[in-house]
Design a protein. Structure first.
Length: 80
């Protein structure tokens, strides 16, 4: 299962200043994957990092999940 620290490593983010914001988007990405039927063991830092980066746009109002994230979520759900 993905961790916030692993996602930070995957995205190159350091320190703890943005942890609260990252945790919100982390929870959203993980929730999306779980609701799609992906087992915890298949929810990796990499796919969650992609979801976090898709959603986190500093409030510009354009946060949405990429086609890649949605296609990968479907693949992982089938693996489950």
């Amino acid at each position: 299962m993905a961790t916030l620290e692993g996602v930070k490593n995957a995205t190159g983010l350091t320190g703890s200043y943005q942890d609260a914001t990252l945790q919100i988007w982390f929870d959203e990405a993980v929730g999306f994957l779980k609701d799609a039927g992906v087992k915890d063991a298949l929810i990796t830092d990499g796919i969650v990092a992609r979801g976090v980066l898709d959603l986190w746009n500093y409030g510009a109002g354009e946060g949405k999940l990429s086609e890649y994230f949605k296609q990968r979520a479907a693949q992982l759900a089938y693996k489950s």
